[in-house]
Design a protein around this ligand. Structure first.
Ligand SMILES: [Zn+2]
Length: 591
């Protein structure tokens, strides 16, 4: 939330307002059961069972059964009844850390007075035999079809209708269309969408590893077990979390966190510490530093760098240290924090030398982070699960800065290629590449400086007038040496605030499309810095409070290879991605 992804302050306040309304509505309704109906629960995975009840009926009047038996008997633990939960006129029955081992259909009935609420769950087992020793899950945050297409055009070239080759993310034997809706909305954020991949449960915007109940405390909501906890508890696997965003950001946090609010960065650092993935790499140092240290964003004196070190983690602050530590055979736990905020994207690090690259000159590339992570994780004989995020595809798309987003798509592709090369020598690693949600983006033609006229729409070629862009052939790593060419992609955004556009790349730094109005800070207006004489002034089509682009509800593409990957096919709910991963690992094998 504090990062570029959710630069809009308006987004946060809209959510707060929304949450308030929602809480009110839930209080007024009949009893609510968590997990929600149609949950698919991995056999033997832990979850918090909660029944919310309006008012303060006597405990004896609240009768909860699962398939006709007492909930406590089925879940193997006694229930706790809380009267006046959170001090309000409401009660709740809880069974924390419940678990069901027998697969099948379960109907939960919660009877209070004359009213019965019911939900059904499916508890599923996995194959007995483990197909994959290792799983590598790549997330292109916000990566949509147009990002992939543009990355293929820039990286592989295109002429006479033919591409010069396939991306590594294209060249996979299995593919699926994944839908990403959450429990509260057709449109997700990276928190609840990642949570679906890492827990198998749907959740709501801003939530990680919990169902969104009415609890006041963001840490009090009904929790579901994460893949990190599961693979460590059941199989003793190593776990890696690698991102080029802040490590506390939603996607990486989704590997370990259980909180209603993704911006609980200090709590999320503690959750990383408690979950103890063997490899943790990204940006986001300030929430590891005690309050009194320079640059800290903590409210307490906890020194998490010291705590991680005491727990046996080697610490790397830059690329050189990371590579040296990963190469050391004694390194089995590695924490790498390479930027106080997000690691600079590929276009800034490789071509433009913008962003914070002057201040942080030795930031690693995601490809090298993944190579180092695999070196460390593969020291664990039991195998590993590694999550890798190229996170700024999303953030740059919020900024309507497509060139930066597409360079980071190419970076993701290189990263996937490195993993595929590593896995090719062995047949025990499932590789999955997917986005967590889409952006409303599209390529509609080219912008050609040689076309007559001065307005952007004069320069725009569509259909036959589009032809092909003239980016230079890419270098050995798949990146064109410049994006500042005379015939560029016309890469458009379907949802935007007021802004000015010239159809040119943002060479001086990431685009800032809108700013608060001087008269009324709740209103976002075009950033005049970009409103030169040749720019086109775009009237926003988003609410006036928005200062950047937004996610879309469109499905996203998943590609996969390796043992177990044949489970990915057709259309899948995002929770089914979890199901396929735990299936390949036989995490819910029948007892
Ligand atoms: Zn986003």
């Amino acid at each position: 939330m504090r990062s570029a992804a959710f630069r809009p302050t308006t987004f946060a306040s809209a959510l707060t307002a929304g949450l308030g309304l929602w809480t009110f509505a839930a209080t007024a309704a009949a009893q609510t059961i968590y997990p929600l109906s149609r949950a698919e629960i991995l056999a033997g995975a832990r979850f918090d069972f909660k029944v919310e009840v309006p008012g303060t009926p006597p405990e004896a009047d609240v009768v909860v059964t699962i398939n006709g038996k007492s909930a406590a008997d089925v879940l193997g633990k006694p229930a706790t009844f809380i009267v006046k939960e959170d001090g309000l006129d409401q009660s709740a029955l809880w069974i924390r850390d419940a678990e069901i081992t027998a697969p099948g259909a379960y109907t939960v009935d919660a009877k209070v007075g004359g009213k019965t609420a019911s939900v059904t769950w499916t508890v599923f087992a996995t194959p007995e035999k483990r197909a994959a020793k290792n799983v590598i899950l790549f997330i292109g945050d916000g990566m949509s079809v147009a990002h992939r297409t543009a990355a293929r055009m820039l990286s592989k070239g295109i002429s006479e209708g033919h591409y010069g080759g396939d991306l590594a993310i294209d060249d996979m034997p299995h593919m699926a269309l994944v839908s990403t809706a959450g429990t509260d909305s057709i449109v997700t954020d990276s928190a609840n969408s990642m949570s679906a991949y890492t827990t198998g449960h749907k959740s709501c915007v801003n939530a990680l590893g919990v169902y969104c109940a009415r609890n006041k405390s963001t840490l009090g909501h009904p929790r579901v077990e994460t893949i990190t906890a599961l693979v460590k508890r059941k199989l003793g696997l190593a776990v890696g979390v690698v991102t080029n965003t802040e490590i506390e950001d939603a996607t990486p946090a989704g590997m370990v966190a259980q909180t209603r609010r993704r911006s609980d960065y200090n709590d999320i650092v503690k959750m990383f510490y408690d979950a103890a993935p063997e490899v943790i790499m990204g940006g986001g140092t300030p929430n590891f530093l005690p309050k009194s240290a320079a640059g800290s964003k903590r409210g307490d004196e906890e020194d998490y760098l010291a705590k991680f070190t005491a727990k046996g983690y080697a610490f790397a602050a830059n690329d050189t240290e990371m590579k040296a530590l990963a190469a050391n055979a004694n390194t089995t736990r590695l924490l790498g924090l390479f930027n106080p905020a997000n690691i600079d994207g590929a276009l800034d690090r490789r071509v433009l030398k913008g962003g914070t690259t002057k201040r942080y000159q030795d930031q690693p590339d995601l490809v090298d982070m993944v190579r180092s992570a695999i070196d460390v994780l593969s020291r664990k004989p039991e195998g590993f699960v590694l999550m890798v995020e190229s996170g700024r595809i999303d953030k740059y798309s919020h900024s309507l800065d497509w060139e930066r987003a597409v360079y980071d798509t190419i970076m993701l592709d290189n990263t996937v290629k490195a993993a595929k090369d590593w896995a090719a020598a062995r047949n025990d690693t499932m590789i999955v590449v997917v986005a967590d949600h889409a952006h409303p983006v599209s390529i509609i033609g080219t912008v050609d400086d040689s076309r007559p006229g001065s307005r952007l729409r004069d320069k725009l070629g569509t259909y036959a007038d589009a032809g092909f862009p003239n980016y230079p052939a890419s270098d050995k790593d798949g990146y064109p040496a410049t994006v500042d060419v005379s015939k560029r992609l016309a890469f458009t955004f379907g949802a935007y605030p007021d802004h000015c556009t010239s159809g040119k790349p943002f060479l001086a730094g990431e685009f800032v499309p809108a700013k608060p109005s001087a008269a009324d800070t709740q209103t976002q207006v075009a950033n005049e810095e970009y409103c030169g004489p040749t720019a086109t002034r775009m009237q926003g089509n988003l609410p006036i409070t928005a200062n950047s682009g937004v996610h879309s509800a469109d499905d996203v593409i998943l590609t996969a290879t390796g043992p177990g990957s044949e489970q990915f096919r057709g259309h899948m709910e995002n929770t089914r991605v979890f199901r396929a991963i735990v299936g390949a690992l036989a995490l819910g094998a029948p007892k």
